[in-house]
Design a protein around this ligand. Structure first.
Ligand SMILES: *[C@@H]1O[C@H](CO)[C@@H](O)[C@H](O)[C@H]1NC(C)=O
Ligand SMILES: *[C@@H]1O[C@H](CO)[C@@H](O)[C@H](O)[C@H]1NC(C)=O
Ligand SMILES: [Ca+2]
Length: 350
């Protein structure tokens, strides 16, 4: 009987032991499960950190993107402005081209006229009795448009080709312009040689050249001087029997009778005087008039007119009497706005 009780106790103990063990086992497993759950939680936390970082990066990228788009916008605006600029430039260029085209066609017209005229002279020179050739002969050959013409070289006179500007409108036309002042950028304070051969721009300010004027005035000629002041008033002076001596006679000036409305005749004082330049003092004065009056002219002692003087704008020049003056109209201290000197044969009839 004792043995049976002891066995029973032992088996109970074993049972308890087993169940305790298994409980502990299960507890352990549970704990193990709990530990893995903690790792997952940690993982989750670190993942959120990653997410946060990502979010920051996204925000960062977004801000970079907005910055970029802002920059793009300004870039775009810049591009648009550049395009507009280009368009403006294009329009400017376009207008310049149209202008140039206009000038080109005008030039072409002139060339046509010159060629026509050259062709005509070739056929007519042999039959021509009048050897002197100028704008008046062009006029009689039906060139009645004012502008630049090329007079062909004259073998008989031994003269070279000469570019001239013809006034085919004033008082019947046929005028060869020998001097013009209107733009004011060309200096007329030049030496003998330059006054001899001529200088300047035939469409702007120029002196045709004493040698050319001498040659053109070997036939009895009229000189017409046209003056304009800064208020747009126009005056003129006309002379019969205008001629220059040759170079040996220092291109001495000869003038006939005066007609006109230019106040007192202010060229008469220069009649019968030689031409002077800054390097050739042929005046009738102790002074060097060409140097004082800063031009080339038939200086006496020195001036009653100074049409080759300094171009002063708005007439204002009170310090020196070296402006483009005509004493008989505006006095010694007024420089004119525009001057033209032109010649044509005395027997010219339109
Ligand atoms: C963007 O990220 C860089 C580097 O990660 C950091 O230096 C900068 O400050 C961030 N900018 C913003 C606006 O968050
Ligand atoms: C200019 O001088 C010449 C020659 O001396 C003379 O015949 C002529 O009458 C003078 N002209 C004037 C306008 O005085
Ligand atoms: Ca002198």
């Amino acid at each position: 009987m004792h043995k049976k009780v002891a066995f029973g106790l032992l088996s109970l103990c074993i049972l308890i032991a087993i169940s305790t063990l298994s409980y502990a086992q299960s507890k352990k497993a549970q704990r193990r499960r709990t530990t893995t759950g903690g790792a997952n939680l940690l993982k989750l936390i670190s993942c959120c950190d990653d997410l946060k970082e990502l979010k920051v990066q996204v925000a960062n990228l977004t801000s970079i993107l907005t910055d970029l788009s802002k920059k793009q916008e300004t870039d775009w605006i810049n591009v648009v402005m550049q395009v507009m600029d280009l368009e403006g430039n294009y329009r400017q260029v376009e207008s310049r081209i149209t202008e140039a085209e206009g000038k080109y066609s005008e030039m072409n017209n002139r060339i046509d006229i010159m060629q026509l005229q050259a062709a005509q002279t070739v056929t007519q020179t042999s039959a021509e009795t009048d050897a002197v050739y100028d704008c008046s002969s062009l006029y009689h050959r039906s060139y009645k448009i004012s502008g630049v013409y090329k007079l062909p070289a004259d073998e008989f006179l031994g003269t070279p080709e000469l570019e001239v500007f013809c006034d085919m409108e004033t008082e019947g036309g046929g005028w060869t312009i020998i001097q013009r002042r209107k733009i004011g950028l060309t200096s007329f304070h030049r030496d003998w040689k330059q006054y001899k051969t001529g200088f300047g721009n035939i469409r702007g300010d120029f002196w045709l050249g004493n040698e050319n004027i001498f040659r053109l005035t070997r036939q009895p000629s009229v000189l017409r001087v046209e003056l304009e002041d800064w208020n747009g008033n126009l005056r003129y002076a006309e002379y019969n029997s205008f001629s220059l001596g040759n170079e040996l006679n220092s291109y001495r000036l000869f003038l006939g009778d005066y007609t006109g409305n230019a106040g007192r005749d202010s060229l008469r004082y220069h009649n019968n005087t030689a031409f002077s330049t800054k390097d050739k003092d042929n005046d009738k004065c102790v002074d060097d008039c060409a140097e004082f009056r800063k031009g080339g002219y038939w200086y006496n002692c020195c001036t009653d007119s100074n049409l080759n003087g300094v171009y002063y704008r708005h007439g204002e020049h009170t310090k020196h009497s070296d402006g483009i003056s005509w004493y008989g109209w505006h006095g010694s201290s007024y420089s004119l706005k525009q001057v033209e000197m032109k010649i044509r044969p005395q027997n010219f009839t339109p």
